[in-house]
Design a protein around this ligand. Structure first.
Ligand code: NAD
Ligand code: ZN
Length: 271
């Protein structure tokens, strides 16, 4: 594991990313912390301090009290819509656009990676998106998409949700059942196709850059291990140590909004 001044460690990580054939970037809530989106570990104020996310983000909670679960999601959706991508999201978006051997795997449901990619693609029209959108894998879904709790209906939706009664909650145009956020709840299966694509990309990659995740929620936390087992290296960006730190060749103990632009700039062409 690399030791020394953070700038030296960052430089070595940058060089490894520049030389790598295949880079997987795994992100978690910490990447959006610099945009003001709270992580699940941040202290909670007010109404929601009596609840744990594990008690709200479950199919059982939605069945018992859909108005309560929707109130929490309505608050989180508004919080996300009030936030903007930060320099870490933009650095990742530029990297995806310029390196077609890069794949982003995110646990975040806030849509900020996609918003950053849209903005950067518009700024750099000449390059087009070169399939970058398809190399962005959302492991845990998207909070701004709703899906039917019974059938396969889905819609993109940014509206406020009236949680005053079950009758005012959004319902399916096709079958009338309640709509729910299109996110993966605790106790639910991840989309197998997305998960397979993530593990395949990680196994092929020579570097896995892990940013802003506490690396405790599996199977996402095992993705970097697929890169390590294939002989690749791990770079970790996180102000705190995590269970993954001991596997990482380079640990950058800084916020993602500061570290990612530095280590991903100038690595968009092979050397
Ligand atoms: P987590 O809340 O468990 O951990 C966040 C990690 O980010 C911690 O290790 C922390 O040290 C680190 N961190 C804090 N500030 C940082 C910064 N500025 N730069 C870099 N790292 C920073 O998050 P997780 O590992 O993503 O797992 C939580 C689960 O909750 C995921 O499944 C995710 O879907 C969900 N979640 C998503 C969001 C979102 O979409 N923004 C927010 C909260 C929770
Ligand atoms: Zn339906």
């Amino acid at each position: 594991m690399a030791e020394g001044r953070p700038s030296d460690v960052g430089l070595e990580a940058t060089q490894a990313i520049r030389r790598a054939r295949g880079v997987v970037i795994l992100t978690g809530a910490g990447v959006s912390a610099d945009s003001g989106v709270p992580t699940f570990r941040d202290p909670v104020e007010g109404l929601w301090k009596h609840y744990r996310p594990e008690d709200l983000a479950t199919p059982g909670a939605f069945q018992r009290d859909p108005c309560l679960v929707w109130s929490w999601y309505d608050m989180r959706r508004q919080a996300v819509l009030d936030c903007h991508p930060n320099p870490g999201h933009y650095a990742i978006a530029r990297f995806l656009l310029h390196r077609n051997d890069a794949v982003l795997v995110t646990q975040n449901v806030d849509g900020l990676h996609a918003r950053a990619l849209e903005e950067v693609s518009t700024q750099e029209k000449a390059r087009g998106s070169s399939g970058a959108q398809d190399r962005m894998l959302h492991l845990h879904g998207d909070i701004l998409t709703l899906r039917c709790s019974r059938c396969s209906y889905r819609e993109r939706n940014r509206d406020r949700v009236d949680t005053s009664s079950e009758a005012t909650l959004p319902s399916c145009r096709t079958c009338g059942a309640l709509l729910r956020p299109a996110v993966v709840w605790f106790g639910e299966m991840l989309d197998q196709g997305v998960l397979n694509a993530a593990f395949e990309a990680a196994a092929r990659a020579q570097v896995c850059l892990v940013a802003g995740t506490s690396a405790v929620v599996h199977p996402a936390a095992s993705i970097p291990q697929a890169t390590a087992q294939g002989g690749g290296s791990i770079v970790e960006v996180n102000p705190e140590e995590t269970p993954l730190s001991r596997l990482a060749q380079w640990q950058i103990r800084e916020g993602a909004g500061v570290a990612l632009p530095r280590i991903l700039s100038g690595v968009d062409e092979y050397s």
